[in-house]
Design a protein around this ligand. Sequence first.
Ligand SMILES: C[S@@+](CC[C@H](N)C(=O)[O-])C[C@H]1O[C@@H](n2cnc3c(N)ncnc32)[C@H](O)[C@@H]1O
Length: 276
Amino acid sequence: MKEISQAGFRPGRFSNLNATGQTGEYVAYLEQTGSRLRALSRARYGLLNLSAGDCVLDVGCGLGDDARELSALVAPGGKVIAVDASEAMVEEARRRSKLFGDELQFMVGDAHELEFTDGSFAACWSERVLQHLDDPARAVYQMVRVTRPGGRVVVFEPDHSTLVIDAADRATTRTLVQALADAIRSSWIGRSLFGLFTANGLVDVTIVPTPIMSHSLSDTNALLRLDATARAAIERGLLSEQTVADWFADLKQREASGRFFGCLLCFAAAGTKPRP
Ligand SMILES: C[S@@+](CC[C@H](N)C(=O)[O-])C[C@H]1O[C@@H](n2cnc3c(N)ncnc32)[C@H](O)[C@@H]1O
């Protein structure tokens, strides 16, 4: 079936795109999911409490969609600096931002070691990045460090073990949800955000649970790449080809008859760096 023909793509490879030669697939993935999640992102911008003239950091900017929109929220006089560990992503983000001037800058950088002095930014933003890090706690520490006292830190992350899918074969569903979570380096990040923000001294910490619900197998697959997870599960000997084919056939039937239901819980976390 179409959903299991996209060879090579593994969501977990966002952890180190410099090591993969197939960046095009990851650009396509971000385009596809970004257009679906754009409205949710915009709804969260308010958590940053931005004003004209503010300087904002976007950590793990990908194609730069948020960075471009945030730059409008700090105009006139404001600036957005966007970093990503992937050289290809930074190049692509720059290519898509040619109409922007000095108010928007993209640079290669590691979320674990942000190369900015303490208190450089009015706010720090990161979306769907901490899940891919070896040490998300270190990245939260860094974001808090580079935010000025009184400034805001806002992140958005899924928690892959929370995926529910209504399927006939419960055992296979459980195996695939577990395999999906196992493929993501820090897949429990969603539920960890409150503790990480609090441990790093942020105050007024707000968590906004955000379910992403779908009645379409194709949409769910576009977001979570269940096909790639299933392929990996077959390769690991966790599931047989036939079991996976039967599982997808059941879900396709549910989709065709308007009965498909899937839902992933994500969390936005926002906090304020206290003034001394
Ligand atoms: C799923 S994408 C999200 C991109 C963008 N924030 C968005 O919401 O569309 C994850 C991004 O994190 C970047 N990334 C992974 N590890 C990183 C690290 N250690 N430091 C900075 N960026 C990193 C990847 O290169 C990728 O562009």
